[in-house]
Design a protein around this ligand. Structure first.
Ligand code: TYD
Ligand code: MG
Length: 455
């Protein structure tokens, strides 16, 4: 490294944290205009610099076994089996979704095991937290609360109290003395997180950070942190709905795409053991445009209801809306139906919804979308004891998807009688099936239509 480099100014995007040697009118990373500002200070200076050390690789492996179990089943699941000592976990989510509630319940669960914890909040007063705790029925002595905002002071406090876990709610409200800019700015958020990362790793102290994200992700914060932390969890769901999904987006200590399902009740968040039953609870039976799909999220199968409404458009341009599914995928599947089955959809409005506020990203959803669209278009209901699942290609072919056995088992468990699936998957399953559920192979969308709506 050249010594002169330190003196050189650089430019930092206030939106996403992109760094550049020269000023740019538009950030090439996030596309924001006029968001780059000049900085002189080198970012992320190393705190408490000590001389480097090394250890045998085998010694590091032992840490895995000392995970801190929260005993909140859904939480342990998304973390990959508990909290790893010294790990930095970020919980992101819209304001009001229930992050603070979740944290408080987590701290209470640890307190119940006799573990002291430190809850630092810059969002609310101690009184407000007390009120929430009362509402949740939490009266644990082992939870210490502080409203400190300075990250250096927080670190000192944590070192003196020696908690089993430190929770910081939220990272946007803390600041580092070493940086001049305002709390919540990218520089501050990053510096504060770097300081907490240092604290976590040096003391084997697990640290939980809360971060707010808005719908458009415009706010400076969690996004720039994602590469720094070990685990990123997103708390999602519709505020109007009672279901909340805690989703693993990144995990250095476990699998991603794992989800935890909670229900927001009067007395706080309650884990849902049987999400399939929950998501199907309000399903209308014998109504056109509704079909059930066995989806797999991480290691867990969940049956969801896919709903479509296809109605004649009165406007010049027809509308396409997808909730809980990818709108691009909907456009593609609509085109496949027009081309392969000759259904005229261009003059129809299409609304697609995955019921219950859950978001499905896996391609297995395709066959459910196609079935629901056709059912609504034809005004013919799909048999209520039938499930469908598979990817659809541009030629209208139905392609295999993974974990079919798990999907079949879940469908059988909830009493579904017929399972329409890709032919290649059905060949492998036919021999093992045995259960109550009848497997019907489909090779194309035309075959699907034939099987579902044949008079
Ligand atoms: P909160 O945890 O404050 O959200 P965040 O920290 O993500 O901003 O909780 C948000 C909502 O949850 C709040 O509007 C009220 C509701 N809530 C319940 O329904 N039941 C409860 O027991 C609690 C504590 C909150
Ligand atoms: Mg909060």
């Amino acid at each position: 490294m050249q010594p002169s480099k330190k003196e050189q100014p650089f430019f930092l995007c206030g939106q996403c944290g992109f760094q550049s040697r020269k000023w740019l009118g538009r950030c090439p990373d996030c596309g924001a205009w006029d968001s780059l500002t000049e900085h002189n200070q080198p970012l992320s200076p190393r705190f408490d610099r000590t001389s480097a050390t090394a250890q045998p690789l085998t010694a590091a492996i032992a840490e895995e076994n000392t995970r801190l179990l929260t005993n909140i089943g859904e939480m342990d699941r998304v973390l990959g089996g508990g909290i790893v000592p010294g790990s930095l976990v970020l919980i992101g989510g819209d304001p009001g979704i229930g992050k603070s509630t979740l944290i408080l319940q987590l701290l209470a669960a640890l307190a119940a095991q006799g573990l002291p914890t430190l809850y630092v909040t810059g969002e609310e007063s101690v009184r407000q937290i007390r009120m929430r705790a009362d509402r949740l029925g939490i009266h644990e002595e082992a939870i210490s609360v502080s409203t400190e905002n300075c990250v250096e002071a927080i670190a000192d406090l944590a070192l003196s109290l020696q908690p089993a876990l430190l929770a910081v709610d939220s990272i946007q409200t803390v600041y580092s003395e070493q940086v001049g800019s305002a709390p919540g700015s990218v520089t501050q958020v990053r510096e504060a997180a770097a300081r907490l990362l240092n604290l976590a790793k040096a003391n084997h102290l697990p640290v939980l950070l809360v971060g707010h994200v808005t719908k458009d992700g415009a706010i400076a914060g969690p996004r720039v942190l994602e590469h720094m932390v070990d685990t990123v969890l997103y708390f999602e769901g519709d505020r109007g709905q009672v279901f909340r999904i805690l989703r693993t987006v990144k995990n250095r200590f476990g699998s991603t795409n794992e989800i935890g399902v909670f229900e927001m009740q009067e007395s706080g968040l309650v884990g849902v053991d049987n999400p399939s039953a929950l998501f199907l609870a309000e399903r209308p039976v014998n109504v056109p445009g509704s079909v059930v799909l066995p989806s797999v999220e991480g290691t867990r199968p969940i049956l969801v209801e896919v709903q479509a409404l296809v109605s004649r458009s009165n406007l010049g341009t027809s509308r396409r809306t997808a909730i809980g599914a990818d709108p691009q995928r909907l456009a593609l599947l609509t085109a496949v139906l027009e081309k392969k089955l000759g259904v005229t959809l261009f003059d129809h409005d299409i609304f697609l919804n995955v019921a219950g506020g859950i978001r499905i990203v896996e391609p297995a959803l395709d066959l459910g979308v196609v079935a629901a669209l056709l059912s609504s278009f034809l005004e013919k209901p799909i048999d209520a004891s039938t499930v469908v699942c598979g990817e659809v290609g541009l030629a209208g072919e139905v392609r295999a998807v993974g974990q079919m056995e798990m999907r079949l088992r879940e469908a059988g468990r909830l009493g579904f009688k017929t399972f329409l699936m890709p032919e290649s998957s059905s060949r492998q399953l036919q021999t093992k099936a045995g259960g109550e559920t009848r497997i019907l192979p489909v090779r194309t969308v035309a075959e699907l239509a034939e099987r579902l709506f044949r008079p």
